[in-house]
Ligand binder design. Sequence first.
Ligand code: PLP
Length: 458
Amino acid sequence: MDRWQTIIEPFRIHAVEPIRLTTEAERERALEAAGWNLFNLHADDVLIDLLTDSGTGAMSRDQWAAIQHGDESYAGSPSWYVFLEAVQELFPFRHVIPTHQGRAAEKILFTAVGGPGRIVPNNTHFDTTRANVEFTGAEALDLVIPEGRQPALIHPFKGNMDVAALERLLTERGDLVPIVVVTITNNSGGGQPVSLENLRAVRAVCDRFAKPLFLDGCRFAENAWFIKQREPGQQDRPVVDIVREIGSLADGMTMSAKKDALVNIGGWLALNDDGLAEQCRNLLILTEGFPTYGGLAGRDLEAMAQGLREVVDEDYLRYRIRSTAYLGDALVQAGIPCVQPFGGHAVYLDARALLAHIPPLEYPGQSLAVELYRAGGIRGVEIGTVMFGLHPDGTETEAPMDLVRLAIPRRTYTQSHIDYVIEVARDVVSRASSLRGYRIVRQPAQLRHFTATFEPLG
Ligand SMILES: Cc1ncc(COP(=O)(O)O)c(C=O)c1O
């Protein structure tokens, strides 16, 4: 395969979904109506939607077939057992608790283990994870290695946790730490993987301080592929084996199945601790549903089970990771500084570096994201000061980085769609110095990036 440069999508298109071309004038009107928040757009007005890789992928023929097997019994559905077996095949945790998506698993877990005065360390909390930790009154602490905070620096595992910093935290304030979390891959840090070596070291520290280790496992298969490609001694190992070792190092996980279970909705919380599992199931019943379906239909459980079998296919993972790097390479050639190396599910454009004339508190990431949409109908997302700059006490500071993430939905766009994205990005770069910042007109107290409205400055 490696003799050929062309990236072959390892599938044929079986059902087509039309996308609508729009004019620049139409997009300008849509932006104004949306308060310059790309989350507020009507998705029909988006040509290439790279807002997220979450729940936006295409399901396979076999997943649609599995949906027909869905059994909607309230309790003990056969679909639940199919799902349970598929999860435990990869992650043999004693308790698996289905939820409607990742944040529901987070809400349940942190309601059980969080609370005022507590500290939850993570390599980097994803926004919903941070919000769920902070909502309980606990502190969400990011302990990624220093290399993970430098967008241009090349390092094979920039998602790694700073083990020495974790050790210091546990030595000095360990009694306040209920669990340690590692996010694979590290989405908010650029979709960067975590090495097996790092996970083993974190495990050893957790053992020493008797702390449970949880994975935020959304992109476990992509992370395992990076391990196979980049970690010495892992090249000849099947990805599925690497996944199992990752799981064996943890005491539990939260999962958004909308990523590496290749479905449009779903998730789970899995763990070994019987007492904590009971507490979590009680919380599950309050908001999600009975423990054998969580917030899902039986058919969703079947689709997840099939997705879990497909996502560890190495032809799929090779195509997936290579096609993300194809976009990244072209954007760098076009003169856009990007987080390097490229993440698994997305390319992260360094808007702060590209738009150095826009101060962080005027949201350079927002400016770049809006312009990609205005010029070409491409929707990305700001991951920077808009997303992370507002604190629970109402103060605002600049985020460590101002990025725009172009996330690639799984098995959805072809290489020519991506070539179009590259062409539009080149055009935006050529006008970068004329882009302006934004001011926020209205915002909620939490997760403001979803609903805030903006106004262009100048
Ligand atoms: C690392 C990470 N954790 C948690 C979540 C939350 O998952 P969900 O959107 O299914 O609630 C996401 C979603 O993007 C994520 O990327």
